[in-house]
Design a protein around this ligand. Structure first.
Ligand SMILES: Cc1cc2nc3c(=O)[nH]c(=O)nc-3n(C[C@H](O)[C@H](O)[C@H](O)COP(=O)(O)OP(=O)(O)OC[C@H]3O[C@@H](n4cnc5c(N)ncnc54)[C@H](O)[C@@H]3O)c2cc1C
Length: 413
């Protein structure tokens, strides 16, 4: 290492929501932070989401099904996930009201979809209670029978429609949330670079430092840090492999696509596709964003929206909005992203994989952050930085007293 080179406390690879959240939290606790983003902030999966900050009412349904099967541990895990996601929604609305706003979502109930309306009504009321307890005061509504549902969404297929509910979640300007989080980190003293690709890293056992090789502004530069966080989302394994890190893949890369149409319903809607997967129509401005799909795609640099994904989305629209006859020519935009889900030890089925984030430590101590969502990014960042603080407190005793403040401080100045 060159004499006199700056040493950072934490270097972060990736300027998506995961890296942004960690940079902000670490900077606010007084750590010297540097973040590298190979493209532009938020250009990865974080700007390809369904844009919901949500408790995930379907995880409540899962918790109930597991409880009925006597799988108490799994049920508890799902219940806890919903509870903490709702708590995060309330926090994000409080600290970033311009980017995270409440949204009403209509959930129609169809007879042939094996949903017992009474169970849905009770589940919704319970979701509303959890939301209330976690600081989201807006109450859900029950739509008894098909008439009130059709009054709200006149183009919806009336066949077998049994009723519905209206729940409250939040909608986010996902890319801006990343950008503002990084801006806040920079204002607090962090350094963050766009168009800075971390080509490789290594752990120097003599100095105890991580040495990063970064391609930046047409040059190759070196940086050193006491701690290294790999928050490169779908690129996590690619980055690890470039650095010759041992071990198998850490993520299951589940790609998902959306299409954007001219707004065709006054209300955003949650439906179930033919294969029982959740299907969103989310209104943003004058557009309806329709998604999503699920398929494994390992190389994030070659991701494109596939024709069969578009067909699947149009088919599901035809099923629920048969009078509107959407075709490819009606599509204004399409986009795809990869969910960097933590690879479980015993399952490869996308919908069976936990949506909870995970922290895994590499053989040389690199902190790999997996499966972070827009919704839980602040909590995930807190966990990562808590861990870093514990490890650095020996050489920086003043860090001991520094708890996170990201839940208290507004994101916009
Ligand atoms: C279809 C879909 C819908 C979703 N909907 C929702 C939703 O409604 N609500 C929700 O909460 N979550 C949602 N998610 C999940 C959420 O969007 C992702 O989990 C989250 O954005 C992942 O963030 P990240 O920072 O880990 O990854 P990314 O946003 O992909 O960021 C990683 C960054 O690392 C950079 N990078 C990679 N390699 C390097 C390198 N070598 N050097 C420097 N930089 C590098 C990339 O350019 C990228 O910008 C959805 C995901 C998908 C795919």
């Amino acid at each position: 290492m060159e004499k006199g080179r700056e040493i950072f406390d934490v270097a972060i690879i990736g300027g998506g929501i995961a890296g942004a959240g960690i940079a902000r939290d670490a900077a606010l606790r007084g750590l010297k932070v540097v973040l590298f983003e190979k493209a532009t902030f938020g250009s990865g999966t974080s700007s390809k989401s369904s844009k919901l900050i949500h408790g995930g009412i379907r995880y409540l349904e899962l918790a109930w099904l597991e409880l009925k099967k006597g799988k108490c541990h799994e049920a508890w895990k799902n219940f806890r996930f919903v509870f903490s996601s709702l708590k995060e929604s309330a926090i994000l609305e409080k600290i970033a009201p311009e980017m995270v706003r409440p949204i009403e979502l209509v959930v129609p109930i169809y007879k042939k979809e094996a949903q017992n309306p009474l169970a849905v009504y009770l589940g919704t009321l319970f979701y509303g209670l959890l939301a209330f307890l976690t600081g989201n005061p807006k109450t859900p509504r029950i739509l008894w029978g098909k008439k009130p549902v059709l009054r709200l969404i006149p183009h919806l297929n009336p066949k077998d429609l049994a009723g519905g509910v209206i729940i409250w979640d939040h909608i986010a300007d996902d890319k801006r949330l990343v950008e503002e989080t990084i801006r806040s980190a920079i204002q607090t003293g962090a350094q963050a670079f766009e168009h800075a690709l971390v080509a490789t890293y290594r752990h120097n056992t003599q100095t105890g430092l991580y040495e990063l090789t970064v391609e930046q502004g047409g040059a190759t530069k070196s940086y050193s840090a006491l701690k290294l966080v790999n928050a490169s989302g779908p690129w996590i394994d690619k980055v690890r492999h470039e650095a010759h890190e041992m071990g198998g893949n850490l993520i299951v890369p589940v790609a998902g696509s959306h299409i954007t149409l001219k707004k065709f319903t006054d209300y955003s809607v949650i439906l179930r596709a033919q294969d029982k997967r959740v299907f969103f129509v989310i209104n943003t401005g004058g557009y309806s964003r329709v998604g999503t799909t699920e398929r494994i795609h390992t190389d994030p640099d070659t991701l494109e929206t596939r024709e069969e994904e578009v067909e699947y989305l149009l088919c599901t629209l035809e099923r629920y909005f048969p009078g509107l006859h959407f075709e490819s020519k009606d599509i204004i935009a399409k986009d795809s992203g990869i969910r960097p889900l933590a690879k479980p030890r015993d399952s490869q089925i996308p919908h069976a994989i936990s949506r909870e984030h995970e922290i895994r430590i590499g053989p040389t101590g690199v902190i790999h952050v997996l499966g972070v969502k827009l919704t839980d990014h602040r909590r995930a960042a807190e966990e990562v930085v808590d861990r870093i603080v514990v490890e650095l407190v020996g050489i920086r005793p003043e860090l001991k007293s520094k708890k996170t403040t990201t839940h208290l401080l507004a994101l916009q100045s």
